[in-house]
Design a protein around this ligand. Structure first.
Ligand SMILES: Cc1ncc(COP(=O)(O)O)c(C=O)c1O
Length: 410
């Protein structure tokens, strides 16, 4: 590990944790791993600058030991030809969905993909035709707004409402936005960036709208392993009673939860044969084979990483609470509780107004914290919002929060 050059170097714990520490804490989320100067999109954005990157959604943690072991075994084979699924890998996925989400799927429903963004784009190509419309609620992860346009579809959208300190659906606005040409509803569950894990009632309402308006629902559930509220369990949209499954495309991956997005492995679950056929047809010629290392990692992640996953959620909960405590104590800033994901959606509009209309992302970047700009998540209406990724060691997070405090107090 090369030493940190940034101003928060002094806060780094020893890179060699004590024996007692490692006995008590079998998984180490505390020791920073230096990702600078390598292939990290997140860190390279600020190469040579004293900015702590808390933007793009990957975590600064090592992948689980069982995933690393599976990757070493696979690399040891030394042959990297085209890959595809094998029975124990499919068993690992099917068993994981049954155990974690009480969702029983047929193995034929699986379609392997190199990523969720690919999956969203394929869904837009597979459903409707050029000129038809695709619904998304805002604010939203930007590819939900670009994927429809990539395939000549129109975006129709309605904003989520911030009511009683919580982000919620405005179902009246949602139905009003859906027009006669709308064929596809893109759902983000749990939601990036507002961090809501939608309730059964809310999912039921989405299913009812889809039924009334004859829509296919493509549910991006990439963050489903990151429910931070103790006792809450992720419920796939397609696992509801009724006909939700028939009109659903569920996109999932181990990538966010087990911090392996660079390995490019994801899958769609599509129960309806005709819809799955259309989806596969839309993939023809443009979607490559899945990365063989990603497939090996996926099997290990879903089969052998339960204890690591529980420890990660515990750590992220602590980080979430730290972010919330600081943000909600600062003048002109606030955030709602993050129920799921490692992303905090921060309302800094009042702060920006008091400072003569500064851009929030640039204001914090100048203070040494690299956040995502709210406007990327649905345009001008989100000017003054920023998204903060708290999937990092506490020493890094605390340094960023100290900078935030100082910048706001200045
Ligand atoms: C909701 C959502 N979908 C998809 C992705 C990206 O998925 P992939 O890297 O598999 O394309 C992200 C990454 O942040 C995300 O938050």
């Amino acid at each position: 590990m090369t030493p940190f050059r940034h101003g928060y170097r002094g806060l780094c714990p020893s890179p060699l944790p004590s024996v007692a520490h490692s006995l008590l804490k079998p998984f180490d989320f505390d020791t920073p791993i230096d990702r600078r100067g390598g292939d990290s999109v997140k860190w390279n954005k600020y190469a040579g600058r004293d900015v702590i990157p808390l933007w793009v959604a990957d975590m600064d943690f090592a992948a689980p030991p069982a995933v690393l072991a599976a990757l070493r075994r696979r690399v040891g084979q030394a042959v990297f030809g085209y890959g595809g699924e094998w029975p124990p890998l499919v068993d690992a996925v099917v068993d994981h969905l049954a155990q974690a989400y009480r969702w029983t799927i047929d193995r034929q429903w699986l379609v392997w993909l190199p990523g969720l963004v690919t999956g969203l784009n394929v869904a837009c190509r597979a459903v409707g035709k050029p000129g038809s419309a695709v619904f998304s609620s805002t604010p939203i992860y930007p590819p939900f707004l670009s994927a429809p346009q990539n395939s000549g579809r129109r975006v129709v959208s309605a904003p989520l409402a911030h009511l009683g300190g919580r982000w919620q659906w405005d179902f009246a606005a949602t139905e009003a936005a859906i027009d006669a040409d709308t064929r596809l509803f893109l759902l983000c569950h749990p939601h990036n960036p507002v961090g809501r894990a939608w309730s059964d009632e809310e999912l039921g309402e989405v299913a009812a709208i889809a039924g009334r308006r004859d829509l296919v629902v493509c549910s991006d559930e990439i963050h489903c392993g990151l429910i931070l509220e103790p006792g809450r369990r992720h419920r796939p949209f397609a696992a509801q009673h009724g006909e939700a499954a028939r009109r659903s495309i569920t996109l999932m991956a181990p990538s966010k939860t087990f911090n392996i997005p660079g390995l490019g492995c994801a899958f769609a679950v599509i129960p309806d044969d005709a819809l799955r056929g259309d989806y596969r047809a839309a993939m023809q010629g443009i979607v490559p084979h899945v990365n063989v290392l990603g497939l090996a990692a996926t099997e290990a992640a879903y089969r052998d990483c339960g204890a690591w996953h529980a420890a990660l959620l515990d750590y992220l909960r602590g980080n979430r609470d730290r972010v919330e405590a600081v943000v909600n104590s600062l003048p002109g800033m606030s955030m709602a509780r993050v129920e799921a994901t490692y992303l905090a959606w921060i309302d800094a509009r009042e702060l920006c107004r008091r400072r003569g209309g500064v851009n929030a992302q640039r204001f914090f970047e100048a203070a040494g914290i690299g956040l995502s700009d709210g406007e990327d998540f649905g345009g001008e209406q989100y000017r003054g919002f920023v998204r903060l990724n708290f999937g990092c060691p506490r020493v890094t997070l605390d340094a960023a929060l100290a900078r935030m405090r100082a910048a706001v107090a200045d």
